[in-house]
Ligand binder design. Structure first.
Ligand code: PEP
Ligand code: MN
Length: 356
């Protein structure tokens, strides 16, 4: 069980900051840019400095990072500011070079987490360096098992300073694209539910893809009980060589952190208990209604079978969906949500009818 699997984790790093804030540029570009950003971030109270050296870019020809050359810049950040240093690794060679440079924390990017061979290679390369912190970003595809699988590979290699980072999921070009990546918060919350001891950070920069969304997303993550944030910050964001639109200045980060409201974890008061009882009753009614609906659905299935009728009749489902969406709008329910609920109910109905 994953619960016992991660029961003996150690703190990700020395910093006991709550929430843990990891900040720094998307990419290390020059020694001056790295040092200037780091000094400002250290003054803002950031304790872990991030910078990408090997950048997994979608298209060849984009800035792919400065590579090993940037490691000495990060070492200087550590010497001069006392911040811990973190970078992304995607291969065993990256790991070896980062370890040689005394890196404190590594992270696996979203494209790497999606590849079990790459995550295993990294876990093997880390096997005798258990002191290093490792963060695993969610895979690009919305699959909690793949995310957990990467964490388990690292755990099995002996890593105990582990954490996860929610940065959103690929939209495959679909959807309304408010965000660069689809939040699917429920996937992160499922990881939190299954692994309560695992620190879970949120990366509003890659999720939102826009500077203006970073603070709101960061607050939402705090409201959901995330343990920390990884935020892209650059001394001159407009001139950044990668992810310029989503990077914020260190002073914007200071404002963001000052404005952040950290809520207390669950606490039961009398009025909350009463409201929770109402919710429990609503859920019971919902489940009873669903059970009844599935029973009717099975009877319809039986009828279709004996009359040699097709199980799926798209015109009928179209009409049902249309009607329920109208009703949802009258009731003030979010149509996207009801659409998803009805699709799920229909899918299960079809499955029940095919199982007959
Ligand atoms: C990054 O953190 O710079 C990065 C490439 O992130 P992701 O893997 O989330 O795309
Ligand atoms: Mn980036």
């Amino acid at each position: 069980m994953s619960e016992s699997l991660f029961s003996d984790l150690q703190p990700l790093c020395q910093s006991e900051a709550q929430p843990l804030v990891i900040a720094g540029p998307c990419s290390a570009e020059s020694e001056d840019q790295v040092l200037a950003t780091a000094r400002e971030l250290s003054a803002v109270g950031v304790t872990v400095f991030r910078a990408g050296l090997w950048k997994p870019r979608t298209s060849p020809g984009s800035f792919a990072g400065v590579g090993e050359r940037g490691l000495s810049w990060l070492q200087r950040v550590k010497r001069e500011t006392g911040m811990a240093i973190a970078t992304e690794v995607a291969t065993a060679q990256h790991v070896a070079a980062a370890l040689d440079a005394g890196i404190d924390m590594l992270w696996l990017g979203a494209r790497t987490t999606a590849n079990p061979f790459a995550t295993q290679e990294i876990a093997d390369a880390l096997a005798s360096h258990h002191e290093v912190g490792v963060l695993v970003k969610n895979p690009v595809n919305p699959d909690v098992e793949l995310w957990l699988g990467a964490l388990q590979r690292l755990y099995n290699a002996g890593m105990r300073r582990l954490g996860a980072v929610h940065r959103g999921f690929d939209t495959y070009g679909m959807g309304r694209r408010l965000y660069r990546n689809e939040p699917h918060w429920h996937i992160a919350l499922e990881l939190m539910r299954r692994c309560p001891t695992l620190p879970l950070l949120h990366d509003p920069s890659h999720l939102g893809g826009k500077r203006t969304l970073v603070a709101t997303l960061a607050q939402q993550a705090m409201d959901m009980g995330f343990d920390g944030l990884m935020i892209e910050a650059h001394c001159n964001p407009d001139c950044a060589l990668s992810d310029a639109a989503q990077q914020i200045t260190p002073s914007a980060l200071r404002d963001l952190l000052q404005g952040l409201i950290i809520r207390r974890p669950g606490e039961s008061t009398e009025s909350l208990t009463a409201l929770r009882e109402l919710i429990d009753n609503c859920d019971r009614d919902l489940l009873e209604a669903l059970a009844k609906r599935m029973q009717v659905s099975r009877e319809i299935g039986q009828f279709k079978k004996s009359h040699k009728l097709q199980v799926v009749q798209t015109a009928r489902f179209d009409a049902v969906l249309h009607d329920r969406l109208m009703q949802a709008s009258e009731l003030g329910l979010n149509p996207d949500f009801i659409n998803k609920v009805m699709q799920a109910i229909h899918e299960e109905s079809v499955r029940q009818q095919l199982d007959l």
